[in-house]
Design a protein around this ligand. Structure first.
Ligand SMILES: Cc1cc2nc3c(=O)[nH]c(=O)nc-3n(C[C@H](O)[C@H](O)[C@H](O)COP(=O)(O)OP(=O)(O)OC[C@H]3O[C@@H](n4cnc5c(N)ncnc54)[C@H](O)[C@@H]3O)c2cc1C
Length: 348
């Protein structure tokens, strides 16, 4: 997998850039900047690069060796990788944090680098908030997929990963994560898989992949949303309400139905995981003036291609910013730190 193709490396430039997150966005930005001759340091909490592509997407769809090849190309280009290193500011504990052995503060990076790119993705699964969602047998699909992938590539043993053989899995959602949990379910011997989506198949950006799954025997129910997980000791079923779409919004109706289930995996979206917690609140223009840029899923849901394109675009902006503003020291580091602190304290 090529994250950036460097035809000719530029002369060394007197600026240092820190990139937080080694997913497609961070890696393509790192490739662009290293190719232009900048000193690039990538901080990544996981033991290797690739982001969701390495640690979420099933091995049958994108094998880890192709991702590793792309990361090796960047190392050869001169990108400095700091793996198992989490950059922290006010970030809470997130999926994958157990791999971090070193913790570096964002303030320290602000002091040591001329610009920073935050490309930390969206690793916090949105929680299913219906009665019974805490019952054993109910999983957020992203964590389930992440653990299966870690087992497949040798980081985890299979112990602790639920046995899906012969089970009926109800998957809630219709995005990439829902599709991938259905794929892994089939590979791991589930007897029956039912995907349920609150909108219509045509509304899903993963409709091509879902159509393929339907051909392979996965059941797909559209226009339904879960209202209750049923079970005593563990999950036994899910009660759904039928939905309809009015002016683009999902309306829950009174019509109900129940599906039996041994396992429920919900994939209802992921939230951005930035070292500055409230990216939404963060005034991106102010942060940009302070030399802090964002790219990829941390901004809004993307796909691999758009995350890589955005990484490269942001890298170009960083270069422009460095050449125009940094030499004049318009926004020295303490100012940047204060801005971040104000943003993080909700003063934006
Ligand atoms: C299950 C699943 C399947 C998908 N399937 C497809 C598909 O088929 N096709 C497609 O185009 N897209 C797919 N996507 C979407 C695609 O993977 C993402 O859009 C893309 O990976 C986003 O890239 P990114 O670099 O923004 O973030 P990520 O890939 O999430 O990378 C972010 C990186 O930042 C690291 N990080 C986070 N916080 C910190 C921190 N504080 N310090 C240090 N490191 C940190 C993370 O460990 C991670 O490596 C899928 C996503 C999922 C979850």
């Amino acid at each position: 997998m090529r994250f950036y193709i460097c035809r000719e490396k530029g002369e060394p430039k007197p600026f240092r850039i820190a990139i937080i997150g080694a997913g497609p966005a961070g890696l393509s930005a790192a490739g662009y900047l290293a190719c232009r001759g900048y000193e690039v340091h990538v901080y990544e909490k996981m033991p290797e690069g690739g982001g969701m592509v390495a640690f979420g997407i099933p091995e049958t769809r994108i094998p880890i060796r192709t991702v590793r090849g792309g990361v090796r190309d960047l190392e050869r280009l001169g990108v400095n990788f700091h793996f198992r290193t989490k950059v922290v500011y006010d970030s809470p504990r997130e999926l994958g944090d157990e791999w971090a052995e070193h913790f570096v503060s964002l303030e320290r990076l602000l002091g040591e680098f001329d610009a920073i790119l935050i490309a930390t993705g969206a690793w916090r699964p949105r929680k299913l908030k219906v009665p019974g969602a805490d019952l054993p047998g109910v999983y957020d699909a992203l964590s389930l997929l992440h653990h299966i992938k870690m087992a497949r590539i040798g980081y985890y043993s299979w112990e602790g990963i639920p046995d899906l053989k012969g089970k009926h899995i109800v998957v809630i959602g219709a995005g990439y994560t829902a599709v991938d949990v259905a794929i892994e379910g089939r590979l791991l011997g589930a007897e029956k898989i039912t995907m349920v989506y609150r909108r219509g198949l045509e509304h899903s950006y993963a409709k091509t992949e879902i159509r393929k799954l339907i051909e392979e025997g996965v059941e797909f129910i559209e226009f339904a949303t879960p209202v209750r997980i049923i079970g005593d000791e563990r999950v036994q079923g899910v009660e759904f309400a039928k939905t309809r779409i009015e002016e683009g919004s999902v309306i829950t109706t009174d019509e109900r139905f129940i599906l039996d289930a041994d396992i429920v995996a919900y994939a209802i979206g992921q939230l951005p995981t930035s070292p500055i917690r409230e990216v939404v609140c963060a005034n991106e223009e102010i942060l940009k003036e302070a030399g802090i840029f964002f790219a990829g899923d941390v901004v809004a849901p993307r796909n691999i291609g758009t995350a890589m394109r955005e990484g490269k675009e942001r890298a170009k902006e960083i270069e422009e910013w460095l050449l125009k503003k940094a030499p004049k020291k318009v926004f020295p580091v303490p100012v940047a730190a204060r801005l971040i602190s104000e943003v993080a304290n909700g003063k934006c």
